[in-house]
Design a protein around this ligand. Structure first.
Ligand SMILES: NC(=O)c1ccc[n+]([C@@H]2O[C@H](COP(=O)([O-])OP(=O)(O)OC[C@H]3O[C@@H](n4cnc5c(N)ncnc54)[C@H](O)[C@@H]3O)[C@@H](O)[C@H]2O)c1
Length: 274
């Protein structure tokens, strides 16, 4: 449902060109937020499931009557991240929300088959990149006043993964970097609760996006994922966006440091036999 609850608020969404990030950007814009779509490229992941993926996210927000810009950022590059924050402030004058959705995943392999190159890339994007975005956001939030009606000085929502909550075979480096996101959420939230800065995290299960398409199209993997998910269907980008938007609205102002699993029950236990 649309509202003006986030009117005059500005959100940077990393990974905003595709999948969950795109859906989150569109969801926040429905509540009046101005969007800075931060991504490696403006075009959506070509493997994505979005019906309108030929229209870039920022263009779609503007077409729907909102305000948005695209900002080319690789979150693993400190200089580009700095430029992205400067562009956001010079365009919209402030920053209220950062959604850290950009992530790197590589197809399954065993722990023994992983190498330093994979770990470096996973760490640079998923862990360091997310931490860098969080720190830069908090530094900007601290320059701004608390909005008592909204309940916050600024909000961060990180995106981790169910693979960060429990061991996931074939994804050791990915799981470890996603678990790091869960924990930086908790520890970062503790440091900045006194500043009225909320740091929360959404931990998705298996979601139909370009990143996951090869798993959806592999019958054996798809069947395993569905069996591990108690809910009768796997996830959509909108399932994740709804939870992230909630974590940006006034009603969630007293929540911080939380890892909200949105996973069709995947992390609550072993589903009964079907
Ligand atoms: N799809 C799933 O099943 C699933 C499950 C759990 C967690 N996740 C996580 O959800 C997040 C979103 O992924 P998605 O499934 O929507 O995939 P997606 O491929 O649809 O979108 C990811 C977007 O992030 C961008 N991106 C990648 N690296 C970047 C970087 N270094 N800097 C800036 N942008 C970058 C890509 O260009 C792409 O537009 C990721 O963090 C992913 O790890 C996905």
């Amino acid at each position: 449902m649309a509202s003006n609850a986030l009117e005059n608020k500005v959100a940077m969404v990393t990974g905003g060109s595709s999948g969950m990030g795109r859906s989150i950007a569109l969801g926040l814009a429905k509540h009046g937020a101005k969007i800075v779509c931060c991504d490696l490229k403006q075009s959506a992941n070509p493997n994505g499931y979005e019906a309108d993926k030929d229209v870039p996210t920022a263009d779609l927000v503007v077409k729907n009557g909102g305000a948005a810009i695209f900002c080319q950022i690789d979150i693993s590059n400190a200089e580009q991240v700095k430029d992205g924050f400067e562009k956001t402030i010079s365009t919209f004058g402030r920053l209220d929300m950062v959604i850290n959705c950009a992530g790197y995943w590589a197809p399954f392999r065993t722990f023994a088959e992983e190498d330093d190159e994979l770990w470096s890339k996973m760490s640079a994007v998923n862990t360091l990149g997310t931490a860098r975005m969080c720190r830069s956001a908090i530094q900007q939030f601290l320059k701004q006043d608390v909005d008592l009606k909204w309940g916050s000085r600024g909000r961060i929502v990180n995106i981790s993964s169910c693979a960060g909550n429990f061991g996931f075979p074939g994804e050791v480096a990915y799981s470890a970097t996603k678990a790091a996101i869960n924990h930086m959420t908790r520890a970062g939230a503790l440091d900045h609760a006194k500043d009225y800065i909320n740091v929360n995290c959404v931990s998705p299960g298996v979601v139909a996006t370009g990143m996951a398409r090869q798993n959806f199209e592999n019958n054996a993997i798809h069947e395993t994922m569905q069996k591990a998910t108690p809910w009768p269907r796997l996830g959509t980008a909108e399932d994740i966006a709804e939870a992230v938007v909630f974590l940006c609205l006034p009603g969630s102002q007293w929540m911080t440091g939380q890892i909200l699993s949105v996973d069709g029950g995947m992390t609550i236990g072993v589903p009964p036999p079907s």
